[in-house]
Design a protein around this ligand. Structure first.
Ligand code: SF4
Length: 447
């Protein structure tokens, strides 16, 4: 049964040493009770307390990594059903399924596509995170060779060994053990063999069964065999099954503290039609999957799924923002234009992208408005003439420009008069209302 924060507090050292990152032991205990931190964050907790707290202090959904190294994907650890309650924590991994009976050239091509899938969107690097290598050949030697080749060509991707043949899986795990592959999967038939392989190499294991009752029994069996890091697959195929079963699993883990289903979920959404596949994948991403396996990688599909995933896994209470400062775009000199905007990430990346497109070296003054966009910040009284003037004066940009001219967003043209009063000696120019007009605007000024 889950313990309350006060019950946990009684078992902590009560020194308020802050080594866990919390100001007091009580604050740490409260967070631990909510599943928002792990007991191991307190280095001074006694062995006796560890034993007593045991599973009661573990997060309701077990958390561990898919893959190894800098790009390993943390999974699980979620503690809310709805994003508006609190943020979702670990973005789901996107994986591509590759069959081992492809030629070496085709395998290399697919692995390279995955390596090259990374894009930069509003300051975050987004990519296809994992490769599922399917044992389609029925030839263990071929499978091992394919696994080695793909692992070599995609050195940062997490690997899922999609193989129900225990002997083939064992050889493949040994070949790339340092990559911490996920074995997919243990079934009622091979659970013992697969659990022994996973336990021996310390890698996670997927439990696969039809229906939640059978799946719960299987995870209990695997756990009893010594495997802690388990991924759930209940064989969902349709969008309806994914929504229903993923929700039941999340609800059981969070609301009923039902440990046999307290693990990350994998959904295979392979379809011949890429639009249909992207639709099903988006449902799995939105409804609690930790790994979504696709059949193909197209740029349009990646962009749609990356964007959905990124937006679902931001904190709804904390707008995405960038640092307040004067950003150089290109190599501006003293005569280069100076523009100003707010520090909402999306605003910054769109405006800076359009300035880059113009190829006119410029300075962009980005003002801290608590992550609000231009119009919202203006309406909230955070992007006012007085505040802009103060920011510009304190930024020191005056010493770097010869012209003392600042270009404000067209949407707040209304500020120009007041800003002229507050920023004495400066010329205020009203820029375009929409960012996509910036290139024409800047080129027109420099010609
Ligand atoms: Fe308390 Fe442990 Fe945190 Fe120190 S590290 S404040 S002892 S919970």
């Amino acid at each position: 049964m889950a313990l309350t924060g006060v019950q946990i507090f009684k078992l902590l050292p009560k020194t308020n040493c802050k080594k866990c990152g919390f100001p007091t032991c009580l604050a740490f205990a409260m967070k631990l009770a909510q599943g928002g931190v792990e007991l191991s964050a307190c280095p001074d907790v006694s062995e006796e307390a560890k034993k007593t707290l045991g599973e009661a202090s573990a997060p309701p959904i077990r958390s561990f990594s898919l893959g190894a190294g800098d790009k390993a994907v943390k999974m699980g650890g979620e503690n809310v059903l709805f994003r508006h309650d609190k943020k979702f924590i670990n973005p789901c991994a996107l994986a591509i399924n590759i069959k081992d009976n492809l030629s070496d050239d085709e395998l290399t091509h697919k692995a390279t596509e995955i390596v090259n899938s990374e894009i930069d969107r509003v300051g975050q690097k987004l990519r296809v995170d994992a490769i599922s290598i399917e044992y389609a050949s029925g030839d263990r030697t071929k499978y091992e060779a394919a696994v080695r080749l793909v692992a070599e060509k995609a050195p940062d991707a997490a690997i899922i060994l999609n193989c129900k043949d225990a002997a083939a899986a064992e050889t493949a795990v040994k070949a790339i053990a340092s990559r911490q592959p996920l074995i997919y999967c243990a079934t009622d038939v091979n659970a013992e063999e697969m659990a022994n392989i996973a336990k021996a190499s310390g890698v996670p294991l997927c439990a696969s069964a039809q229906g939640l009752e059978a799946l719960s029994a299987l995870t209990e069996k695997i756990k009893g065999l010594g495997v802690e890091d388990i991924v759930l697959d209940f064989g969902a195929k349709t969008a309806k099954e994914i929504i229903e079963h993923n929700t039941q699993i999340r609800r059981s883990a969070l609301k009923k503290s039902f440990k046999p289903l307290g693990y990350p979920i994998i959904n295979f959404v392979l379809r011949d039609n890429p639009i249909y596949e992207a639709s099903i994948a988006s449902i799995a991403i939105a409804k609690y999957a930790s790994i979504v396996v696709l059949s193909s990688i197209e740029k349009w599909k990646n962009l749609a799924l990356f964007t959905l995933r990124q937006n679902l896994y931001t904190d709804p209470q904390v707008p995405m923002q960038v640092e307040q400062k004067i950003y150089d775009i290109g190599e501006p000199n003293a005569d280069s234009p100076l523009m100003i905007t707010t520090n909402f990430s999306l605003t910054y990346f769109i405006v800076s992208g359009e300035i880059e497109n113009s190829r006119v070296p410029s300075r962009l003054a980005v003002m801290d408005c608590e992550g609000l966009s231009v119009l919202t910040a203006w309406a909230a009284g955070k992007f006012t003439a007085a505040k802009i003037a103060q920011f510009i004066k304190e930024s020191g940009v005056e010493g770097n420009v010869s012209h003392n001219e600042i270009i404000i967003p067209g949407q707040v043209a209304i500020l120009s008069g007041a800003l002229e009063d507050k920023l004495e000696g400066w010329k205020i120019t009203v820029g375009p209302r929409e960012a996509n007009a910036i290139p024409t605007f800047l080129k027109g000024r420099s010609s």
